[in-house]
Ligand binder design. Structure first.
Ligand SMILES: Nc1ncnc2c1ncn2[C@@H]1O[C@H](COP(=O)(O)OP(=O)(O)OP(=O)(O)O)[C@@H](O)[C@H]1O
Ligand SMILES: [Mg+2]
Length: 229
């Protein structure tokens, strides 16, 4: 793949953690590039480095060595004070357990990152509604508190929240891990639609072969490196 057309490019990325005096090598030379508007499943055994990989692309962790390019930005060179801006504009995070604030409504949860970004009340509400529309969340539930929503509904809200700043990349760590097979498929259809229609690049971690089969590309992490399969 021509790395000039790629939205995500990793070159020889390594990550070592120091833990109680010993060194854990989580990634030991990961290189790949991903095209815009595709879905990518990351698989691998527990402890193989899947979350570490997403965290490095999302700049929640720094690589020990190597290069990470996202939408033309050399993330590995960014100073700490630039990372907040990078995260806000380039990546949206979705987690297995949604991480919604239970006391807030669906709409308020989606508005939150926009509020933190300093957007005024009216445009904030409009943008949040637009994002909930994009993920097919039922309008009659916008005002429902998120802890009274089903798992599938909560995951839609979490995906809407990841879309608020219109990032080119969505990083999803086991987004269907807590859902039944039918609901998982609905979420996968939704993520695929976002890749096709909104040109988002979606990287999702999964333990399920069925979910991985939905993705355009599959990357398996094994012994600290990735292979396509
Ligand atoms: N902050 C940390 N400090 C020390 N070691 C860490 C840290 N984070 C991760 N590790 C280690 O790095 C390796 C990769 O962890 P990671 O969480 O990326 O795995 P994973 O593939 O996401 O696993 P799972 O499928 O269980 O979520 C593991 O050996 C883990 O113990
Ligand atoms: Mg993990």
């Amino acid at each position: 793949m021509d790395s000039n057309n790629s939205i995500v490019v990793l070159k020889e990325v390594t990550k070592q953690f120091r833990y109680q005096g010993s060194v854990v090598s989580a990634l030991s030379g990961v290189s790949f590039s991903l095209s815009k508007g595709t879905t990518v499943a990351i698989t691998g055994m527990t402890g193989s480095g899947k979350t570490t990989l997403l965290n490095i692309i999302g700049a929640l962790e720094k690589p020990t060595s190597g290069e990470v390019w996202v939408d033309g930005v050399p993330v590995h060179t960014l100073a700490d004070r630039k990372l907040v801006d990078y995260r806000r504009s380039k990546v949206g995070f979705v987690f297995q357990l949604y991480n919604l604030l239970p006391g807030l409504s669906a709409l308020e949860n989606v508005e939150l990152p926009l509020e933190l970004g300093g957007l005024g009340a009216k445009p904030r509400r409009e943008r949040a509604r637009r994002c909930l529309e994009l993920v097919g969340f039922p309008p009659e539930r916008y005002r429902h508190r998120s802890n009274y929503l089903s798992g599938g509904e909560q995951q839609r809200v979490a995906i809407a929240r990841a879309l608020t700043n219109d990032p080119p990349i969505i990083l999803a760590d086991e987004p269907t891990g807590d859902l039944d097979p039918e609901t998982s498929q609905q979420i996968m259809r939704l993520l695929q639609g976002l890749a096709r229609d909104q040109d988002k690049t979606i990287m999702l971690v999964t333990h399920s072969d069925t979910i991985a089969a939905w993705a355009d590309t599959r990357l398996r992490i094994n012994q600290g490196t990735t292979e396509r399969y």
